[in-house]
Design a protein around this ligand. Structure first.
Ligand SMILES: [Mg+2]
Length: 275
């Protein structure tokens, strides 16, 4: 009995961080505050996107599922022509180069630098994307690119799509952001003439109005509510770099990197917390 107790105390002693370890942990946290997670996170996310074979595997997984679902839809009768609605950035084109350009300069996203970059048409296809869109095109499916890029980015965007031989079914199939950020009215317009069988995107707003303008908690609930649609009608591509998940966490007003960093540190959990 006494031996067991000694063993237990011994194990507890070993598992308890020493004073040196504790100060190391504290130093680590202070360092996080100094180095501004919100800024550095963008570079780390780009690193994953450009280097991790797992990223390619996730994209391939998404497009494999998409093809399976499209085949199912093609096998069924439809009174309207079939269509797929797809976002562009981080859905089939990789724009992480822009994030790296910004990150290396310590700069943040800015509409002007973004538009200068998209004009160069230098985004590259995600793994498996080209094969999927070409397959859909060959099967006679209408493909609508619904993006929140702006109308003045049309030339560079169309050039980038065509550069890699993604199907381009006409200027009216490339739909830019209008007055509103929500894509709902643009989807509704397409749905008047087409049967939208599949939606592809990296941001929840690419799928349904259920996900528009919500808090982190509401977004999580909306995902649960729509859970049956993922991998069925909604095909989600990974994006750890940016998205509505970020603005949901930060609120609508503009915050400095320091302020965002403080929110990240406050929200991150270092142990499981019951919801
Ligand atoms: Mg996107």
């Amino acid at each position: 009995m006494r031996q067991k107790k000694l063993l237990l105390y011994g194990l507890l002693f070993l598992a308890t961080p020493t004073i040196a370890q504790q100060s190391y942990l504290k130093e680590g946290i202070d360092k996080c505050k100094e180095e501004e997670l919100a800024g550095n996170g963008k570079l780390y996310a780009a690193f994953f996107q450009q280097q991790a074979a797992e990223y390619d595997a996730l994209c391939l997984q998404a497009f494999n599922v998409a093809r399976m679902r499209l085949d199912e839809a093609l096998a069924q009768k439809s009174d309207k022509p079939l269509a797929i609605v797809s976002d562009i950035d981080e859905t089939f084109l990789n724009t992480s180069y822009y994030a790296v350009l910004c990150g290396k300069k310590g700069a943040e996203f800015h509409q002007n630098t973004w538009e200068a970059w998209t004009a160069k048409a230098e985004a590259t296809p995600l793994a498996g994307a080209l094969e999927f869109y070409q397959y859909a095109h060959e099967k006679g499916v209408a493909i609508f690119y619904v993006t929140n890029r702006k109308e003045n980015e049309r030339v560079g965007t169309a050039l980038n799509i065509k550069r890699y031989n993604f199907p381009y079914q006409g200027d009216d199939h490339l739909i830019f952001r209008t007055a509103e950020k929500s894509k709902e009215s643009r989807r509704e317009k397409i749905a008047q003439k087409y049967n939208i069988v599949l939606l592809l995107g990296d941001n929840l707003g690419d799928f349904d109005k259920d996900f528009d303008k919500q808090t982190t908690q509401e977004r999580a609930e909306a995902v649960q509510k729509n859970r049956a649609a993922f991998g069925k009608k909604y095909i989600v591509l990974p994006n750890t770099s940016y998205g509505d998940w970020e603005s949901a966490a930060y609120g609508s007003k503009y915050l400095s990197i320091k302020e965002r960093n403080a929110i990240i540190l406050e929200r991150l959990k270092d142990k499981p917390v019951a919801n």
